[in-house]
Design a binder for this molecule. Structure first.
Ligand code: ZN
Ligand code: ZN
Length: 254
């Protein structure tokens, strides 16, 4: 199945395998958004930077902290916070190195702390050496807002892939003309282009992930660009219309 039908959903590959996504706003105040697939499982690490204040949020530095730091340096960005959408090893493996290199706080949802404490077990599953754990500086909750530069992201608790999975929603920029700019959703391993996150690992729940997607993600505007934890970008409208995994069972009321 062709997962993304509208071409503008794809970001371009530039040097060093990073995808650079910029809003269509021709003015110079474009948000900096670098998407760097890292590690054996090619987790999409996002760097989202303010072009004026040069402050950035780093999401899911799963591995290859050196490459992430190089990209930050290329844009002269200062990291304000490092966030993992959930505590699977492919999304947290680089947290400690990023924390040491930048001094920025590490944030994740409290319901994934148990998972994070078992990095050794997770490492054994995929056959890698366990990384040193970072100090988690703040536990995120539904409704929290992350602010850096002129930007903010709302924390949506979207359990199901793991108990503490979150998605981050960046509403369209206020100063942009309406319709010129779409919001962004960093969906972790909850929603993918044409698929959803697996629920057969520890703490997973198919009912929960479907409820999370229907109640927290599909209510966002159609044009919202979705950046999954792996693979290609998509939009909320595309997934609402064509994702075959979103129709399966009838959901019971929460
Ligand atoms: Zn995962
Ligand atoms: Zn993953």
């Amino acid at each position: 199945m062709e997962q993304v039908s509208s071409g503008e959903c794809y970001s371009r590959f530039s040097v060093d395998n990073a995808m650079t996504d910029r809003t269509s706003d021709p003015r110079s105040k474009q948000i900096i958004h670098e998407i760097l697939p890292v590690g054996m499982l090619q987790c999409n690490c996002s760097i989202i930077g303010d072009p004026e204040t040069r402050e950035a949020l780093v999401v899911d530095p799963g591995d290859e902290a050196g490459r992430i730091l190089e990209l930050l340096a290329k844009h002269a960005l200062t990291v304000k916070a490092i966030v993992s959408t959930h505590a699977h090893i492919d999304h947290v493996g680089g947290l400690r190195k990023m924390q040491l290199a930048t001094g920025a706080p590490v944030l994740m949802h409290g319901d994934d702390i148990d998972l994070y404490r078992h990095l050794d077990m997770q490492s054994a599953w995929i056959g890698v050496r366990p990384p040193d754990p970072a100090n988690v500086d703040k536990l995120l909750r539904e409704g929290d807002t992350l602010r850096w530069g002129a930007f903010e992201a709302n924390v949506l608790h979207t359990p199901g892939h793991t108990p503490g999975s979150i998605s981050l929603y960046l509403a369209p920029q206020r100063e942009s003309e309406p319709r010129e700019d779409a919001g962004k959703l960093l969906a972790g391993d909850t929603l993918f282009a044409g698929s959803i996150g697996r629920t057969d690992l520890w703490g997973g729940s198919l009912e929960q992930i479907l409820r999370s997607i229907h109640q927290k993600l599909l209510i966002l505007p159609d044009e919202t660009v979705v950046y999954p934890g792996h693979g290609a970008s998509t939009t909320i409208g595309e997934e609402r219309a064509n994702n075959p995994f979103l129709e399966l069972p009838r959901l019971s009321s929460p």
